[in-house]
Design a protein around this ligand. Sequence first.
Ligand code: TPP
Ligand code: MG
Length: 402
Amino acid sequence: MALSLSRQASRAVSSALNANINASSVIATRGFASEGDTQVDLELPRKFLLHNLESGPNQTIQTSKNELLQMYEKMVLMRRMEIAADVLYKSKLIRGFCHLYDGQEAVAVGMEAVLTKVDSIVTSYRDHCIYLIRGGNPTEVIAELMGRTAGATLGLGGSMHMYNKEWNMYGGHGIVGAQIPVGAGLALKHKYSKDGGVSVAMYGDGAANQGQGYEAMNIAAIWDLPCIFVCENNRFGMGTSAARISKSQDFYKRGGFVPGMKVDGMDVLAVKQAMGFAKEYVSKNGPMIIEMDTYRYHGHSMSDPGTTYRSRDEINELREKRDPIERVKALMLEKFGVTTPEVKAIDRKVKEVIDGAVETAKASAYPDPKTAMFKNVFAKVDAGYKVRGLDSSQYHVLPTSS
Ligand SMILES: Cc1ncc(C[n+]2csc(CCOP(=O)(O)OP(=O)(O)O)c2C)c(N)n1
Ligand SMILES: [Mg+2]
């Protein structure tokens, strides 16, 4: 899959930006900008749609050249990593489940521009880029996909179960919708411990039809939990379009009494603005839904070519008109004085990082079968292994030789 779009596509994206800029010199305090960056006011092209809210995020956002460069680099890193995974899968170096995130990069990057590591995230099986943006590196992701010990979970979890407690990244869940109540539970933790954090529970348009999400929203609303329910509406659940299975596709309204916002999930700055608003809102008032209007370029997983239930024209149109990477690139080139060689230098750097990650992952060993079988499942006791978490009246000891 080509990383960059045609010049014509770039132009289409840039005219869609409709950016109205005023330069001002303000010290950056948030996002990926650094202190002293010149901040610029930008008008966000797409209006936020609101549900049960008197007012929403400001349509004007402040950003800087530095912040955009960083957002661009992070999104290109994700895109290249997922494309590398596609290639490795087709060479049979990755097997089993593998759900790619390309197309949806602006959601991950825009959210993380606001969140801190005190905040928690829990997501579905489409987790590679969430792991990456929370603090992981491409070697850990690619090695995990290949089942190697250099992987995020030492090659034991695989594509759907990337996790890191240190950065409050709670996975990686294969059961559709099951992570939503976990997200509400994490919000309870934040409220109970008064650590100032919020919880982000991510789910898809398909998962939005699951009952447990609404149970979680109810309890989060009753207890005023600082939970942001992020519905990534990428228009499909496997090969079924949201239109076929969702009586209402206004996912931001589906919480009823829970306020919601619909956001252009292909615009990293809009996502950042919405997240900033939501973080403040849920910390004071209890939960909120953000529906991210986004699109997945790949099929549902590697076993789905993704072309039988949607047309190539639809995919191409999305890529040409709304690609999140091209949008930021056009903005930087046209309004922030970034040059094409600067952009190309980032692209080259990212390519080297991903090529290096693939090589390191390939050189990494598979887990020792005994470790893979027993670690985190069984605990060593004198006579052999026992199931972790059970007391001696409840388990039979497995002899070491088994
Ligand atoms: C409880 C449950 N039902 C069905 C499945 C099979 N399944 C896996 S992904 C998926 C579609 C989910 O779509 P969506 O929530 O829109 O997320 P996306 O894959 O688009 O990110 C289904 C039905 C499952 N894993 N768990
Ligand atoms: Mg979906």
